[in-house]
Design a protein around this ligand. Structure first.
Ligand code: SF4
Ligand code: SF4
Length: 371
């Protein structure tokens, strides 16, 4: 059976602005199915790295939150900390970056709660028993919500080809240990530049770091390491590094298994809203935003995480490519824009594997709402 995906374009006029259209979109998609009176609603989004500009517009996010509140829900904005050192790697700098980018209580009259806590260690372990993982570690404060409204900025992505709802849930709600296990099959390592200050040692819950490396520098015992990732943000000089060694196929499948943990095992009632705007060639984790590879398209909503990403990708590929961007070919309508930007990534893997896991279906009916 085909899943319904609702769609609005970005045309607007004096008596029908985008806020009204967004409200119509959610009414048609029956937001009431997940937003119940007094329910705590996790509104998952990416606040954007410091310097990025392509994340979802804060006023559109406020509009979404106001609609949720009108229906009696108690929303909070949430995301997990980044795995690597940056402007969102702990809850303090993450909240500061969110605020700087336009998200927080004064702007949306809504609190921000970082789902995996101060240092990314607050996780809920959910049993999945799948191909890659027996269990997944999800940001605790997201798993305790009554329901989730997942707002995703849809774009191309350097690791997974496309970055949409599947990635926003599967990677975006993994705790630090979860993200490390998605990206890497082995433990972190210490660079030879280590100055032996010892700061990292007490951060390791397994006692795996000692001065046993060459020249008595810090060294990680792979037998003892638990893969929690805490050391990655402990070194003041950023000398502890991730081994980015996982394959594109496995990363996509692992992301799906994380989404499975929340949506199937935890049975989180969820609605997905994809903003197919600012369709950049890279994710919002970078401190810059490159030019869009196709013109802005619109906003989609669905209860099916697979169908909405498939529909979003199809709309991008149907669009005319923009010259003078990261797109170096495939300009014609119908050509695969994601493949043109990342020739070595098959972005369909996540959709296929997610479908196999029962997260949704690639078969959809696009319902365009007319003005
Ligand atoms: S990943 Fe965790 S357990 Fe492993 S060395 Fe780093 S802090 Fe220790
Ligand atoms: S904190 Fe960094 S510089 Fe200090 S011992 Fe650990 S790895 Fe070396």
């Amino acid at each position: 059976m085909k899943s319904k995906v609702y769609f609005i374009d970005l045309r607007a006029k004096q008596k029908l602005n985008l806020f009204t259209k967004l409200k119509n979109l959610l009414e048609n998609c029956k937001l009431d199915n997940v937003v119940k009176n007094k329910a705590l609603i996790a509104v998952k989004l990416h606040f954007g790295e410091d310097g990025n500009l392509s994340y979802i517009h804060p006023r559109l996010v406020r509009c979404m939150l106001d609609i949720i509140k009108e229906k009696g829900g108690q929303p909070y904005l949430t995301d997990t900390n980044s795995l690597y050192v940056g402007s969102r790697c702990n809850a303090v700098c993450h909240l500061k970056t969110a605020y700087k980018n336009g998200f927080g209580f004064p702007m949306q009259d809504t609190p921000v709660i970082i789902a995996d806590g101060l240092r990314g260690a607050d996780a809920c372990c959910v049993e999945v028993n799948l191909k890659h993982f027996k269990s997944v570690d999800l940001g605790l404060q997201a798993t305790q919500a009554d329901a989730m409204v997942c707002l995703s900025h849809f774009k191309a992505h350097e690791l997974t080809g496309i970055g949409g709802a599947i990635k926003n849930v599967g990677m975006g709600l993994a705790s630090r240990s979860g993200k490390l296990s998605i990206h890497s099959r082995v433990t972190p390592y210490v660079q030879k530049e280590c100055i032996k200050c010892g700061t990292c040692i007490p951060y390791c819950p397994a006692g795996a770091i000692s001065f046993a490396g060459p020249d008595k520098q810090a060294w990680i015992d792979t037998e003892l390491c638990l893969g929690c990732g805490q050391c990655l943000i402990s070194c003041p000089d950023n000398y502890i590094k991730i081994r980015w060694d996982e394959s594109v196929q496995n990363i996509q499948e692992k992301i799906c298994e994380y989404a499975y943990g929340l949506l199937v095992q935890k049975k989180m009632p969820s609605i997905f809203v994809n903003f197919v705007t600012n369709i950049t060639p890279e994710c919002d984790c970078y401190g810059h935003s490159d030019a869009s590879i196709v013109p802005d398209i619109g906003i989609l909503a669905s209860y099916d995480i697979i169908a909405i990403d498939q529909a979003s990708a199809d709309l991008v590929n149907k669009a005319q490519g923009l010259t003078g961007t990261a797109l170096k070919g495939a300009f014609k309508s119908g050509a695969d824009k994601f493949k043109a930007v990342y020739p070595n990534i098959d972005w369909r893997i996540q959709l296929d594997y997610g479908e196999k896991l029962g997260l949704g279906t690639r078969s959809y009916k696009l319902i365009k709402l007319t003005d």
